[in-house]
Design a protein around this ligand. Structure first.
Ligand code: HAM
Length: 422
């Protein structure tokens, strides 16, 4: 009888206890590490269906992207409705949030599961692959960017990923993006006859996407084109510098003003982590801010930022693992010290593998933050305000034991305290 094979670009993953498949075991192990890291940031899980209405991806990932143009697995179901195997997770998460009418609240969500893109299979590029993603919803540009990069640095550190660069860029706020697009259009329109059909379409629909063109002719033309960085506001440039300086001791971060992403929904800060150990498909994670997507999909105005990791690619680079346990809630009570206080949380996370640290990103009062810490069953609240930062101290409030008094500890002592409770 004729044997039935798996489809091109679709692989089976079987534990190496069953078959000598090392990459599968590395993938399962990497998934566990990622789940633990996401939980350590107090991020909640979301699972959305593999199949969605085709329009969801056309309206989010965008008609101009390769994903929608060439790579969608779309079918007509028995009711003649066009449905698509999801090529990515962000659009589905936002669809779900809107559908559940929780798009006016803030959320931190993670997901993990298979995605499908009809690509030409090669090393590190499959037609069915697994992604783990994080979406931080409801927070404007600022601390949420720092949290995303903190998560990325934690992943790199935990899995001992070396030879890796996190490339970051900013696509501009609304005003600068508009001005840049007009300048780019004015520059390219007289040269339109030299552009291929795809790039011409990009120029007409979303000029920014032309920067991602793989056509060498277009790339040559773009050498003399206006540059994004000349249009960026000081705020946009500052956020790039802030991220680079906050984490430069943790991971290799490069500002790359040529970085644009292959999906249409990005609006501000964007990034990609690449490793020279991966070969031609060198990006193992990517993401950015997409403040307009919720509104564009029929929901409320909701600032958002997120990232997705290609599990197969990350697993092929990964090296080790362990488990976090005790939840500590870090409460920053003055907005102008947030990045510095955040960096303290980032350092504390690296001290013990057995604690989870939740930095509350909202602007709420101390009381409301303590209420949330109690609701989440945090064992301790660490409270940092301007006075604490000046005196290099932290207030420690035990939350599980009603009889314990709060204490004040120096930055140095807090490190041994974290080791003790971890
Ligand atoms: P993306 O850059 O299209 O972003 O995909 C993220 C990662 O998925 C890539 O960096 C790569 O590692 C992996 N990946 C993509 N295609 C394949 C493939 N054919 N085979 C193996 N791995 C692949 C997104 O999907 C956005 N949703 C990220 C995001 C989340 N932006 C905001 N929130």
């Amino acid at each position: 009888m004729k044997k039935i094979h798996s489809l091109t670009g679709m692989i089976d993953l079987i534990s190496n206890k069953v078959s000598k498949d090392d990459i599968a075991s590395k993938i399962f192990y990497t998934e566990n590490v990622l789940k633990n890291i996401f939980e350590s940031y107090s991020i909640s899980e979301i699972r959305t269906p593999g199949l969605e209405d085709t329009d969801l991806f056309k309206r989010s990932v965008g008609d101009n992207s390769d994903i929608v143009n060439k790579e969608l697995y779309s079918f007509f179901d028995k009711n003649d409705k066009s449905i698509t195997l999801r090529p990515e997770g962000t659009a589905s998460v936002i669809r779900s949030i809107i559908e559940k009418k929780i798009d006016s609240e803030s959320h931190k969500l993670w997901y993990l599961g298979p995605m499908w893109r009809y690509e030409r299979p090669q090393k590190g590029r499959y037609r069915q692959f697994n992604q783990a993603g994080v979406e931080i919803l409801g927070y404007p540009e600022g601390l949420a960017e720092i949290e995303i990069v903190s998560i990325i640095c934690s992943i790199m550190k935990k899995l001992k990923i070396d030879d890796s660069v996190l490339k970051i860029n900013h696509l501009g706020d609304k005003k600068s993006k508009q001005e840049f697009c007009i300048a780019l259009e004015n520059f390219l329109k007289p040269l339109a006859t030299k552009l291929d059909e795809r790039d011409l379409q990009r120029l007409n629909n979303n000029p920014l996407r032309i920067l991602d063109s793989k056509n060498p002719e277009t790339q040559k033309i773009l050498n003399d084109a206006p540059k994004i960085k000349d249009f960026l506001s000081n705020e946009s440039l500052d956020i790039l510098d802030l991220i680079k300086s906050t984490f430069s001791d943790e991971c290799n971060i490069e500002i790359d003003h040529n970085l644009v992403r292959g999906l249409d929904y990005y609006t501000g800060f964007v990034f990609e982590a690449v490793s020279s150990n991966l070969g031609a498909q060198d990006a193992y994670l990517g993401g950015g801010r997409y403040d307009d997507l919720c509104l564009e999909l029929g929901g409320k105005e909701m600032p958002a930022i997120g990232m997705a990791i290609g599990i197969e690619r990350l697993a092929s680079l990964a090296k080790t693992l362990d488990k976090p346990k005790t939840l500590v809630s870090l409460i920053i009570i003055s907005s102008n010290i947030e990045p510095k206080a955040y960096k303290i949380a980032h350092k504390l996370r690296s001290i013990s593998d057995s604690i989870n640290i939740d930095v509350q990103l909202s602007n709420g009062s101390l009381k409301s933050k303590l209420r949330r810490a109690n609701k989440d069953n945090a064992a301790y609240a660490l409270i940092i305000g301007e006075h604490e930062l000046e005196t290099e101290t932290v207030i420690i409030k035990p939350l599980l034991d009603q009889n314990s008094e709060q204490t004040v500890m120096s930055f140095l002592d807090i490190e041994s305290f974290i080791k003790e409770i971890g």
